[in-house]
Design a protein around this ligand. Sequence first.
Ligand SMILES: [Zn+2]
Length: 424
Amino acid sequence: MGKILLRNIVNEGVESDILIDGNVIAGIFPAGSAECTDSADLEAVDCKGKRAFPGFVNMHTHAAMSMMRGVGEDIAFHEWLTRIWELESGIDDEYVYHATKVACLEMIKTGTTTFNDHYWRLPMAYKAASEMGLRAVLAYVICDRNEPEESERQKKQCLEVYEKTQEWTGPFTFAVAVHAIYSVSEEMILWAVKFARERNLRIHIHLSETQKEVDDCMAKHGMSPVEYLDSLGALGPDVIAAHTLWLSDRDVEILGKRGVTCVHNINSNLKLASGYRFRYNELRDAGANVCLGTDGCASSNNLDMLETMKTSVMIQKAWRGDPSAMPLNEIIDIATVNAGKGLGLNIGKIEVGALADILIVDTDSYSFLSPGSFEANLVYSAHSDCIDSMICDGKFVMRNRVVPGEKEILAEARKTAEKLPSRA
Ligand SMILES: [Zn+2]
């Protein structure tokens, strides 16, 4: 791999030269002082007037739902989920491949360099993400719905897929997803956790997303979903729990003590009317690692992390009646560096030695024309079209808003989408 030198780019307020060697940030120098010259293996790019920012990490996606936007509007969570499962029974490899490419295209355009995915037909997601150049954590989904035959089939398939991942090249990590406590048998939860821990893999689960999930769990087990998983020994710093929206004080304490990564997905929660009182301050203070996700496009309708950041902050401030809740520096960490911690990857920051996932932000617009800080304008004022270029794993995946092959990706995906039954 070659080298890239981003010249005259503003990084943390200082005009700098950032040197990328292979897939790592190799040096950050005052502008004009990098001792590198253009050569066959070094590309120098003048970024005068632009800002560097770490790529966003979307910690909870179902990427291939990118072609299921608007299919379940204005209905309740469980009705919505039934509709989605019906729809998913009709998809195939080709669908997942093209839909994941569309998702990656959107993520690139909106500044996400890494996504933590939870979807069926994982080899297709791998193929799509590899071609698009994004970093991904791809989880095999366990969802046996309490059917023993299905459990056995999934155990076998999970192992087969895992073995195949040993041949993966590029910035990809395999994980195990447990769909949720209401859709996976206890035996299978225990199997999945053991399988993951024996191989040092992350465990990705939907947890305490709705009040109904909590009520049903209390009725069935006499415990909350968090207490139930903890009683199985399932919670730890290797667990990435999406939603964690309906939490008791005891739940917060457990999630903190176990060092669980809790992923807030505000847009999905708002739209499905699952709730909005995410206990950010309490989780943070208890020691949980809070991150951010969009969830799939069937519930959030887009994968835009800047929109998600802004909405998360607004709702925290509003429901707490506290304008200091979820401050700017914290929401930026939540969308970047905390995710690196949760995934065990050196991402989400621009520093020497970190993986080179960098956004080049164009500030030449009305959104940034103010004495306010760049970060405030980025999160609260700008839209993702300010992201001019993106480097992921040391390679340009977008330059000047152009993603190679964009038209073809959309055209191919459109053909696949048209083959699906009506999604109205
Ligand atoms: Zn989800």
